[in-house]
Design a protein around this ligand. Structure first.
Ligand code: ZN
Length: 238
């Protein structure tokens, strides 16, 4: 009887030991989520006067909830309140995580050909005037941005393609009429702050009659957050 007890104890300890070893060996990837705009910079205005900065915060709340139930990715949000962080402040948080991926979230607007759906940008020079005007307006609060993209263009394009593909695919499972403007390149200041894979994701269009209203719905924001999380996860699994 005592022998059996010892045997059982040994089994229990060995399984605890093994699982703690497993936990130690599985690497957790850190991903920085840059929640764009904030404070005096409200970003774009959408249907029902929705402010981009606030809708992005609501989406990041859902993303935080999604991440709670899952393992393998540690999310760090650059802002969690309605406050404007300068580029230098954002850069400080980013440089403290030199191995982290960076995903900057925004919402599109119709005046810049982001009428409907998703667009994902990676850092690279572009001569598309619309994109240059768009990012200049989006990042007008950022001055003295460094000049060149630091990442590797081919790798960052792959990251952007992975995010765009998975995000669009997942969203289509739940909603009709989901469109994507695809992957684009532009020298966003925020993307110049890291050497790691980085992308700016326009999650939906804020002033689109259908998507703008969907963004007011928590279920849509949750599906967006889940889809974004899964797209990052897929990239990391490759
Ligand atoms: Zn924006």
């Amino acid at each position: 009887m005592t022998k059996i007890k010892y045997l059982l104890l040994a089994l229990v300890f060995s399984s605890i030991f093994n699982s703690s070893l497993l936990a130690q060996s599985s690497s957790v990837q850190t991903v920085l989520i840059d929640v764009a705009h904030g404070g005096e910079d409200q970003g774009r205005l959408g249907v029902l006067e929705a402010k981009e900065s606030e809708v992005l915060l609501a989406i990041s709340d859902e993303l935080r909830e999604v991440a709670k139930d899952r393992e393998g990715i540690k999310l760090i949000f650059l802002r969690a309140e309605d406050k404007l962080l300068s580029l230098a402040e954002r850069e400080k948080i980013i440089s403290a995580q030199p191995l982290a991926l960076l995903v900057s979230i925004h919402l599109g607007v119709s005046s810049f050909h982001t009428e409907s759906g998703i667009s994902v940008y990676y850092c690279a020079p572009t001569s598309v005037a619309d994109d240059l005007v768009f990012i200049a307006e989006e990042e007008k609060f950022f001055t003295n941005a460094p000049l060149d993209c630091q990442g590797e263009e081919v790798r960052d394009k792959l990251f952007a393609q992975q995010l765009e593909g998975e995000l669009t695919k997942n969203l289509k499972l739940y909603y009709d009429g989901v469109q994507s403007s695809g992957v684009k390149k532009a020298p966003w200041a925020i993307l110049k702050t890291t050497k790691q894979p980085a992308a700016v994701v326009l999650l939906s269009s804020l002033d689109h009659p259908v998507e703008g209203r969907r963004l007011m719905d928590r279920r849509y924001r949750r599906v967006l957050a889940t889809s974004l999380y899964q797209s990052i996860e897929k990239y990391l699994q490759k």
